[in-house]
Design a protein around this ligand. Structure first.
Ligand code: F0G
Length: 417
């Protein structure tokens, strides 16, 4: 059983008040001596820990680095990232039928997804470690962010993608920002197995969400949501609904809330209910929640139109499952057509998201219909990537262009039909 308690005396291995702890066996490790992704003793996931956890009063500035008091460094390679909008969606709010509904649009980050938050911190750590090559496996967005931030830091970047299963916008970004792109004849999980092995052999620094410092950057989503929601309503949301792939964001949000509770900045009973949504064709986290498993069981065959979350072996499950359970949240699977309907509903209110992102809204709708989500709730849905990431899915979900003659009268006739 994972131990996610943050209360601890600072160990000798700490560097600047930061260290790594294995969530399974409690082993404590120096953070910046050498690249470390899992516990060398038991293979458990690692988590960054700090001598002190800040309260809201200690945050100043904008974007991810506003939260430097909760991060291992006070600056990093920045484009800049974070400070994303918390959109009002009044029609969707009325349609779903909750007290309030806001959409935190992470597609508004510099490369169009929340991955930029993790990369600004992860690449800063890479610089500290003195590595020369960065690598990741990716369903697309991580590769785009890695290529951009690695390029900015003047580091070599290598990305492993599942051949034929990555949306066009993401491959284009990775290519133009200068990553070396390897298309693997296998799914994302296979790519992650290989790149983890490359990292273990010292061939590259791994910047998937298995890297605990990526999640440090991503936890700023949680800080931003609470601050912005509180500014608008004077309270924090009851529930945060988010798409789940590798379960990194779920783990990161839970860490943000645990830290605020530890600092005394948030009451235990104020922590929002973390609610994960997966595509029905790739739903091992939903299965684990429904069956009460301590970890997920790997799905070998996964399929969904939401290619970003086409993942069968969520590596962060041991951090994320306790988060969903302890906050009183849940997990739900949605069909691809429900995802597309939600993508259209968001787009009609001007919020353009890629399919995986719309899963959060599709999941909320479903849970509201089932009565799991109450009409009295304040809800925030996370939309993780921009519409233009997957232009083919957007075009397929949207209206058909109508061919017309090069003539005003003919166009007026056409419009009056
Ligand atoms: N939404 C989008 C748009 C994503 O790209 C991802 C993950 C997720 C949701 C799931 O987030 O892994 O934290 O649960 N994309 C990774 C990638 C796997 O390679 O870009 P998670």
């Amino acid at each position: 059983m994972s131990d996610l308690s943050l209360a601890a005396a600072t160990p000798d291995c700490a560097d600047g008040g930061v260290w790594l702890t294995c969530i399974e066996c409690g082993e404590q490790l120096a953070p910046f001596d050498e690249p470390t992704y899992r516990c060398p003793d038991c293979g458990g996931l690692l988590e960054a820990r700090y001598e002190q956890y800040p309260t809201f009063e200690e945050f100043s500035g904008r974007g991810v680095w506003r939260y430097d008091a909760a991060l291992p460094f006070d600056h990093g390679v920045s484009l800049p990232e974070g400070d994303t909008p918390l959109h009002e969606v009044p029609r969707l709010e009325a349609d779903v039928g909750v007290r309030s509904l806001r959409v935190k649009h992470e597609g508004m980050n510099p490369t169009g997804s929340f991955k930029d938050r993790g990369m600004t911190v992860g690449v800063r750590v890479a610089e500290e470690l003195g590595v020369s090559r960065l690598a990741c496996a990716s369903t697309g967005n991580t590769s785009a962010a890695l290529a951009a931030y690695g390029g900015r830091a003047d580091l070599e970047t290598l990305v492993l993608l599942p051949a034929g299963k990555v949306a066009a916008g993401k491959v284009a970004q990775a290519a133009l920002h200068g990553a070396r792109i390897l298309e693997v004849d296998g799914n994302f999980d296979a790519c992650l197995d290989i790149v983890s092995e490359l990292a273990d052999r010292g061939e590259a620094y791994l910047l998937n969400s298995l890297n605990p410092f990526r999640l440090e950057g991503q936890k700023t989503i949680g800080f931003e949501i609470l601050e912005a929601f509180r500014d608008d309503y004077g309270r924090v949301p009851d529930r945060i609904v988010l798409p789940v792939g590798n379960a990194g964001n779920t783990a990161a949000l839970y860490k943000a809330f645990r830290e605020l509770v530890q600092a005394g900045a948030l009451a235990e009973d104020e922590v929002p209910m973390l609610t994960g949504v997966q595509a029905a064709g790739a739903a091992p986290m939903v299965e684990a929640i429904e069956e009460g498993y301590a970890d997920t069981e790997r799905w070998e065959d996964v399929e969904t139109r939401a290619t970003a979350i086409r993942i069968g072996n969520p590596v962060n499950a041991p951090k994320a499952l306790p988060g969903i359970r302890a906050t009183g949240g849940t997990a739900v699977a949605v069909a691809d057509d429900e995802i597309t309907d939600a993508q259209r509903a968001l787009a009609e209110e001007g919020v353009g998201v890629e399919p995986a992102s719309a899963a959060s809204v599709a999941g909320l709708r479903k849970l509201r219909e089932e009565g799991v989500v109450d009409e009295s709730e304040d809800v925030v849905c996370l939309t993780t990537g921009h519409l233009l990431k997957d232009p083919d899915a957007a075009a397929a979900a949207g209206a058909e262009p109508e061919p017309v003659a090069n003539d005003t009268e003919a166009i007026l006739d056409h419009l009056s039909d």
